[in-house]
Write a protein of this length. Sequence first.
Length: 285
Amino acid sequence: MHNISQAQAVNDMPLTMVEATRFWRDERFGDMECLTATFQTHEYAPHSHETFSIGAIEAGSQIARIRGSREETGPGHLYLINPEVVHDGVPGDSGYRYRMIYPGEALFREVLEDVTGRACHTTPAFSRELPFDGELAQAFNEAHRALEEKSGALEAEEGMFRMLATIFARYGSHSITPIDTRERTAISRARDYLTENFASDIGLEELAEVAGLSRAHLIRAFRKEFHITPHAFLTDVRVRQARMLLRLGRPIAEVAFDCGFADQAHFSRHFKSRIGVTPGQFRVA
């Protein structure tokens, strides 16, 4: 139980660092996005990623809501969040310092095929989202630190790849397609409409008509299925599109307008509340 005791000792340490973030993309893993951050007050709005979200807290604690369930986690816990799963996060009493990576499905398929020795024809997924695994959390932090410190290619790549393979061997599964229902089909139409028309100023009545539900029914069913409101989902889609445009070097003000935000201030606030860094920090990474 040495790892649990060690993790608890770290969790009890006060965080004295100021709030800070470092964001970068690692070309050795297909430009995988990476984040190291210390947060004392920053709160993540409910959001999801098109990639996997994998991470671990080094110190302090975070309170997260995933699929409607709220849990406080600290050192020794892993974050294993599948694509499109809505989650948020706020600091515990002393704030927290953590490390995250966002690997795409293609990278995870590569890992799975290497682990099993067989071609993967299904979608990989995690069966647990916030497991406590002190040994593996420590290994993740060490591998992540090697990426951040730009260690030798073999050291960094081997450490991260071995860690990803171990995580999937321990907590991996395959996604299951949910049973379709009339209500799910209706809110899926609404979700697709928001995705396709993210730059437009879509009203609730318009969206309810697309879904074929009353306005109240739409909001209730949408939140039940996706654990997020239609407006929050639309904002999430806009931020995703903004990330793509920022990576192309587009001016921030122009991106804000093209993605349907009222102004640059609204864009910056929503972007940081979901990504953890400002549009400017993301653009230059």
